[in-house]
Design a protein around this ligand. Structure first.
Ligand SMILES: *[C@@H]1O[C@H](CO)[C@@H](O)[C@H](O)[C@H]1NC(C)=O
Length: 452
């Protein structure tokens, strides 16, 4: 079911103006390069906490696979361009945060009374037998956190978790208790302990996240299928203690929530943003982020799949993404050893290959058209047969950035990476890719450039 809001008509008028100012886009499932690391964002199973117009994304570092490495924090003022801030917790020599440990789904809320940021995490042994929550605190949102310890909330098993802070400052742990179901537990006033059970679903639901909208509570979560995605569901209630509605899907049936699992729901004006993980279980660092706007009307929630879309955090709204022109890699100017290579899954069945290397292979797109002078997002369709990331130095109208390209595996189906850059109105824009350290960059199938 998809429904059109009356408000969309008026939103559209506002957005016509917004589009000319900025078309920075969220591209679900792409490589998202942090602006100051040149690497894919490692904040899986993330939560978001917003403060004075800055969003902090706090999640798991999966660079080396599933075992605990770091809890990372990135910041953004527009939800599109993210800067690495700090590792809030890191590997210790032993204990809960030691080698071969499960430390997942960090969520942070702020306690106004104690002026403390409180983080909850899923803490477990590598065989998921301990099933506990961990608690850590800090004076600053992305400072170093002090790890306090772990426990089983009210004595029950706890694996995937979420947190919810209500308008009155009371806060709740959302916890998957495998033998019994999904729980909402009340936290103590200082948020450091669990005091009582508020609700228990006897259905098996994990990856819980609560959104409150117009006084109503919406719980989102997934079924239990391990790293594989399923059709995620939501339930709603007027009170956290229930009664809660039966579970319903909110994305196309059979799409497995567009191949993702719920991690967090971020309110955005009349709407909200679904934030999910597209896990790549055999190479977790290449897991990507599926963020899509939710349509919420009364108790109906729906999410449409999109290649691109435009959040506007200042107006607290969003718009559909722009149409794109594309430019084939093999048709660009190839020099310094870069050549056209066969690529069965690529458009034109060819790509620009041998970018970088010892000769500094270079691919230059010229006469790239934009209908607006604007900061925008270009999608780069690429292949990378390595297990790890490849990188390229990309210069757009002379401004250089380091951009990462996740593995696309051994097949020849291209993936997307993105670069946020300034384009000028007209056809005089240039996009040049190379490397300067002797490494090979990705093969470039084509670049997708917003028309406006
Ligand atoms: C946390 O709460 C539980 C029960 O609500 C209680 O048994 C336990 O002692 C508390 N822990 C601390 C550290 O206060």
């Amino acid at each position: 079911m998809h429904f059109i809001h009356l408000r969309q008509a008026s939103t559209l008028v506002l957005l016509t103006a917004a589009v000319a100012r900025a078309t920075l886009q969220i591209i679900p499932g792409a490589t998202w390069t942090a602006t100051n690391t040149g690497r894919h964002i490692q904040a899986h199973g993330a939560g978001i906490i917003e403060e004075s117009g800055t969003y902090y994304m706090i999640g798991e570092d999966k660079t080396e696979g599933s075992a605990f490495q770091n809890i990372n924090c990135y910041s953004s003022t527009n939800l599109v361009e993210w800067k690495f801030e700090n590792a809030l917790l890191s590997l210790t020599s032993s204990g809960d945060l030691g080698p071969s440990r499960v430390v997942e789904r960090p969520k942070v809320i702020y306690n106004d009374a104690t002026s403390t940021y409180v983080m909850y995490l899923h803490i477990d042994s590598s065989n998921y037998g301990e099933a506990k929550v961990g608690v850590a605190t800090s004076d600053t949102v992305c400072g170093d956190y002090d790890y306090i310890g772990s426990f089983r909330p009210l004595g029950f098993e706890s694996r995937d978790i979420g947190l919810f802070k209500d308008d009155d400052g009371s806060a709740y742990l959302l916890t998957e208790d495998r033998p019994n179901g999904l729980r909402i537990d009340a936290l103590s006033d200082d948020y450091l302990n669990v005091t009582e059970s508020v609700y228990l679903w006897d259905e098996s639901i994990e990856s819980p996240a609560i959104l409150k909208k117009d006084g109503r509570y919406f719980m989102f979560g997934s079924h239990l299928t391990g790293w594989s995605p399923n059709d995620n569901v939501y339930s709603y209630a007027e009170s956290l203690a229930g009664p809660w509605s039966s579970w319903a899907e909110f994305a196309d049936d059979g799409s497995n929530t567009y191949t993702s699992q719920t991690s967090f729901i971020l309110p955005l004006g009349d709407s909200a943003i679904y934030m999910g993980d597209r896990w790549f279980s055999t190479n977790l660092m290449r897991s990507t982020y599926i963020w899509l706007p939710l349509d919420i009307s009364g108790t109906d929630v729906w999410m449409t799949n999109r290649v691109n879309w435009v959040p506007d955090v200042n107006a607290e709204t969003w718009a559909a993404g722009p149409a794109e022109n594309w430019y084939e890699g093999e048709a660009a100017t190839l020099s310094n050893g870069a050549i056209s290579v066969a690529c069965s899954g690529c458009s034109g069945e060819a790509a620009a290959g041998y970018i970088g290397g010892s000769s500094g292979g270079t691919v230059s797109f010229s006469a790239v058209r934009s209908d607006a002078t604007t900061r925008t997002t270009i999608r780069l369709k690429h292949t990378n047969g390595n297990t790890g990331e490849r990188y390229a130095k990309i210069s757009v109208n002379g401004v250089e950035q380091d951009i990462a390209f996740l593995s696309t595996g051994t097949g020849q189906d291209p993936g997307s990476s993105v670069i946020h850059c300034n384009l000028n109105s007209g056809s005089a824009n240039t996009v040049v890719l190379t490397t300067d350290d002797g490494s090979y960059g990705p093969d470039i199938d084509r670049i997708m450039v917003p028309v406006k």
